[in-house]
Every structure is written in C-alpha cells, then in structure tokens.
Design a protein around this ligand. Structure first.
Ligand SMILES: [Zn+2]
Ligand SMILES: [Zn+2]
Length: 98
C-alpha cells in the first residue's frame, strides 16, 4: 500500500468516522500526550461524547494509555497525568468537566 493511499484512508477516517477536519485530527494524533509515543496514536474524547469535537475535548493517546483511561482502575491516574501535562502548556484550560 502506498503512503498516499494510507494518507487517504486516514483522511477518510478522520472526516467520516471521527467527524473532525483531518488537519485537526493529524495535530491531535501527532503523539501520545502522556508518553510521547508517536507510532500509533488514537483519538480520545475526554467527555466520551464523540460529537463534542472542541479542541479541549480531544486528546491523542497511545494504545496503552488509551486503554488505561477507559479502565476503571487506571482512569484517575491517567487523568491526573493529562492535567499535569496540559497545565504546563495552557494553564487557562478548564477541567471542570472531569
Ligand atoms: Zn502513551
Ligand atoms: Zn477513548
């Protein structure tokens, strides 16, 4: 499969499956927000509402951290790490929805 074809599929997934502009999807899934892993990055919706596509609701997570955030036992730990990561970048972010 050519690189071009893969890009086409990713673009299609972003726009049809995730319903977000590809540029935004690409930016968010650049790397895992927690560990920086950048080979496989999945899109996670902070409020679990897949139609809420505002920037603050979307985070990129590697498969490990994505599985953890959906796991009852690890959820709090990951959320704390995300908040710590995020507050270093944009302190004005409101995390009241967590
Ligand atoms: Zn990770
Ligand atoms: Zn998720």
């Amino acid at each position: 499969m050519s690189i071009h074809r893969i890009e086409q599929i990713k673009k299609h997934n972003a726009e049809v499956y995730h319903n977000i502009p590809y540029d935004l999807y690409k930016k968010i899934t650049e790397k895992c927000l927690i560990c920086g892993f950048n080979s496989i990055v999945e899109l996670h919706h902070m409020d679990e509402n897949h139609s809420n596509i505002s920037g603050d609701n979307l985070v990129g997570l590697c498969p490990n951290h994505h599985a953890m955030i959906h796991h009852r036992d690890f959820r709090d730990e990951i959320l704390k790490k995300l908040i710590a990561q995020d507050s270093t970048k944009k302190s004005e972010t409101d995390f009241s929805y967590i």
